[in-house]
Ligand binder design. Structure first.
Ligand SMILES: [Zn+2]
Length: 300
């Protein structure tokens, strides 16, 4: 059996899986609860032990946002929640704590690997996986291998490809990054500002997509802008990496039925370097579980 934990910007997910990637146990907890008191690493270990229970695990994995040194398993830097664990050799720590081998990977890479092994990217020769979440994740699997480039960051920073040189400053140092327009966080903030109360604490995106379905004109304008922005980002990735499949994940893709048709049409119109209709744009099959499953099946 395999164990995987996905340390996200908002939630921490953990599951036990059989050798076919089927879920035997899966739960999630708010990161704020795990970080509220005591030592975060100790709390993660306790949470993992609870999920594992009596299961006999052969290999475990820990997925986290940020750049992981793939040789050492150390989280080298991060500008978000992962800062709390930066500089720690997580691979060594978890392997010693649990007594079975542990892999550590960037969460977007783990997500792509999950989709490649068991999800919408199965059989792909060159897979680009993008996740619209707290941030905007991006990762590649080429010829059956995760792509790393010359260091830890290869292919990961698709969310920080600029789509507007006059756009807002991004925390990464660039301007007008795709993440600032198309992450779930960015879209949620824009939709709240334009169409709902700024005081709304809940995720307003399901209501927004319902309004788009009903043909609300104001919401349609925002939706069209989102599709336009996302298509530019995807076309950039297609021109850079030449994928045959692009998998899109994140809660936003619960509305894939209205997102994918106009998005696919725009991408095919603009991605002129590849034969029309060659690139398939798909919704993630594993969804919320993809990164935890993917990291549980990474072999060193
Ligand atoms: Zn950026």
């Amino acid at each position: 059996m395999r164990f995987g934990m996905d340390f996200g910007g908002t939630n921490v997910k953990a599951g036990v899986f059989d050798e076919n990637g089927s879920i035997l146990n899966f739960t999630e907890k708010k990161l704020s609860d795990l970080a509220a008191s005591g030592n975060l690493l100790d709390n993660l270990v306790k949470y993992a032990q609870l999920v594992i229970g009596d299961c006999k695990i052969d290999l475990g994995g820990f997925a986290i946002k940020g750049l992981i040194n793939s040789d050492t398993g150390v989280l080298e830097n991060d500008i978000g929640a992962g800062q709390m664990l930066a500089g720690i050799n997580l691979k060594q720590f978890f392997s010693e704590q649990f007594g079975f081998p542990f892999q550590v990977a960037n969460d977007a890479r783990a997500y792509a690997w999950g989709e490649y092994k068991f999800g919408a990217g199965q059989g792909s020769k060159a897979l680009v996986c993008m996740t619209l979440g707290t941030g905007f994740g991006c990762s590649l699997v080429v010829d059956g291998k995760l792509y790393f480039g010359s260091d830890s960051s290869g292919g990961l920073l698709g969310g920080h490809i600029s789509i507007d040189k006059n756009g807002p400053d991004c925390p990464c140092g660039n301007k007008g990054c795709l993440e600032l327009y198309c992450s779930a966080t960015a879209l949620n903030a824009k939709v709240k500002k334009l169409h709902f109360s700024m005081n709304e604490t809940e995720d307003v995106l399901p209501k927004f997509f319902d309004s788009v379905k009903l043909g609300n004109e104001n919401c349609m304008t925002t939706f069209d802008e989102f599709i336009n922005d996302l298509s530019i980002g995807i076309v950039n990735a297609i021109h850079a990496y030449g994928p045959d499949v692009v998998v899109l994940g994140g809660g936003v893709m619960n509305s894939a039925d209205i997102i994918l048709p106009p998005l696919t049409e725009l991408v095919h119109k603009r991605a002129w370097t590849v034969p029309k209709n060659k690139v398939k744009i798909k919704k993630s099959l594993l969804g919320n579980n993809a990164a935890a499953i993917g990291v549980a099946f990474l072999e060193s």
